[in-house]
Design a protein around this ligand. Sequence first.
Ligand code: SF4
Ligand code: SF4
Length: 409
Amino acid sequence: MRRLTLEEWEQKYVAAPIERFDQKYVMFSRPIWDETIKELMRWATERSPSRQKPGYTLQDQALRIAARTGTMMYLFESDRPNPSRIARDLAEVLTPERLARNVRVSLPPADEKLEINDRAKLTRDVKNAAIYFGADAVGICKLDPRWVYSHSYGLGDGEHNPQEVPEEFTHAIVMAYYEEYAMLRYSPTYIADAETSLGYSRMAITNAYVAKFIKVLGHKAMSCSTNDVAITIPMAMQAGIGDIGRHGMVIAPRLGAGIRLSKVLTSLPLIPDAPIDFGVTEFCETCKVCAERCPSQAIPHGERTAEARNLSNAPGGLKWPVDAEKCIRQWARQGKPCTICISVCPFTKPDTAFHRLVRWLVDHVRGADRLYTKMDKLLGYEKLRDPADFWDAWEPQPTTRPRVKIRKR
Ligand code: SF4
Ligand code: SF4
């Protein structure tokens, strides 16, 4: 794995000047103002009857809808430049004093602020706290204003306002959450979507913990779970979490493509990580499994480009721009998200010794990408699982490893 300077990263991924993107054009904002998309996203807000089909039963839906519950923490994110209306209303009634009374926790000390003498130790401690609170990987980048949306767009009511992040927020803590491969292989059913949903719930809660930790230290923190306030993918790349794949998702060296991302913006002067190169771009140039298997043919088969394919692509970055309109049409046909591209990606694997070895080979023996893809297909990894026996075969495991190690000194 090679660490890149920001200049090298820029040369590899930025082909044209980047204009700040308006959140109004993000696919999930469009149902509010774009009639063509409104119809296609009805499944997301209306009741969806269960079916007598494995993977789509009431019990499968229950797993998925319950797993989303934690995302409601997003509604408490009131520190961003344009908090949602619900966040503003909640902030009025849920004062710190009321919260402390109800959950029996002390209020933070008044007028105390952590003095920063050692940035390296501070960075280590913040990263450790992020892992302790639930992230599976964490990286730091300076906040690059190009990724901050020019305007915010309220998903609930379409409030559309110019957006500026105050200058004191100089850094971002970017976190990744692993999604279990065993669950993702049930794509595109509700079973796989339960895992995606759990990723969103975990990120919302972990984000809240990390932001609170920094605020109690007397410094600034802005929790941005999901993809709010700024575009997370280039930030995750700059923070060394991983590299972008043909399917438009970040692929992390140990966690693969089945990850969800969040970030907390902060005033803490943390030490940034370096972007990384571990062979993803070259691998994707020959692999194309996601493009072949995408049911809506939304993923390009050709070369990377900096041009947008439609309103929802941010132009300027060199990538394989996924056609989000085609993708969302597929979600409408299914009445739910799809994620087949993530599930079939050869990088989406459990973190076993065998898969670590294959990843090492992909990184260090770069000429053989065609062979690796062929092997992946031959070993049957491209095949998705039949959900018929899911509930009988399902054995979620309790955490048996200690969650915390204390090093001997
Ligand atoms: S989520 Fe499904 S439809 Fe969308 S790009 Fe991936 S494979 Fe294609
Ligand atoms: S499936 Fe293949 S081409 Fe697509 S992102 Fe994964 S490695 Fe790249």
